[in-house]
Design a protein around this ligand. Structure first.
Ligand code: GLP
Length: 248
């Protein structure tokens, strides 16, 4: 493959090294542009990243006061204060521990009475903020990004999705370990919403992600592996640990 291979891949020894390196990059990006618009994921993977970001903030190396955040997705039917919501997850792991300005924190409201209108509102809010400067992504074991699940067709814009059983299983820890308690539907940024970010970093750690990371890098661009669309982006990078890179 040519040296212009996309996305670029950075392999680090372990989860901690990945979290530290990415937190450092985010802090540097905020240092260069204090009004950075940051797209953020949930999941097990970014927990250590958020811990590192909080530590950098406490050391005075990351001032979030003018940063705008947009989370990728949210479960349907849960009010923001529900302990299982992604909003609560982000409060627990990052937002309550740094100096973000509440009005600059953006989430999809999974409890909105009109989901379609809520999706349009979110797209408009991203546009009004000037678009996303740096989008951080995790990846599902089936290659999903946000909640863009493998399918024959993907959605371009923020939309309502029905979650795959595999995805409900991997989110069960937020609901006492019971996949049946995971909401069946979610709202998610679409593929074009994600790919419009000026810079994208996808983070993956652990052996369970190895085969999908291999397909993202070496496979063709396919709706069956939504993350493979990062191959089309001019400034996308994968930061992975050795376990997630073991099939590369
Ligand atoms: C959820 C989120 C995704 C995330 C994925 C991976 O499904 N909607 O944005 O990438 O989980 O989670 P984990 O990091 O726990 O493997």
């Amino acid at each position: 493959m040519s040296s212009a291979r996309r996305p670029r891949v950075v392999i680090l020894p372990d989860e901690t090294a990945v979290a530290r390196a990415l937190a450092g990059r985010i802090a540097d990006a905020i240092g260069r542009n204090p009004r950075l618009v940051l797209g953020l994921p949930t999941g097990r993977t970014p927990i250590e990243l958020y811990r590192e970001l909080v530590a950098l903030h406490e050391k005075g190396r990351a001032d979030f006061s003018q940063v705008t955040t947009f989370n990728l997705d949210e479960f349907c039917g849960l009010p923001p204060a529900d302990a299982g919501s992604y909003r609560s997850f982000m409060d627990r792991h990052l937002l309550a521990h740094v100096n973000v300005t509440p009005g600059r924190v953006n989430f999809l409201n999974g409890a909105a009475p009109d989901a379609d209108a809520e999706c349009v509102r979110y797209e408009d809010a991203i546009a009004r903020a000037g678009g996303i400067d740096l989008q951080v992504l995790g990846i599902g074991t089936n290659g999903h990004i946000g909640f863009n699940e493998p399918a024959r067709e993907l959605h371009a814009r923020t939309h309502r999705v029905t979650l795959k059983p595999e995805t409900r299983r991997s989110n069960a820890r937020l609901f006492g370990g019971d996949p049946a308690k995971v909401p069946a539907e979610a709202l998610s940024m679409g593929m074009a919403t994600i790919l419009a970010a000026r810079r994208i970093v996808l983070v993956a750690t652990g052996a369970a992600k190895a085969s999908c990371i291999e397909r993202v890098i070496n496979g063709g661009v396919t709706t069956e592996v939504p993350a493979s669309f990062l191959q089309l982006h001019a400034d996308a990078e994968l930061m992975v640990d050795e376990s997630a890179a073991r099939e590369l």
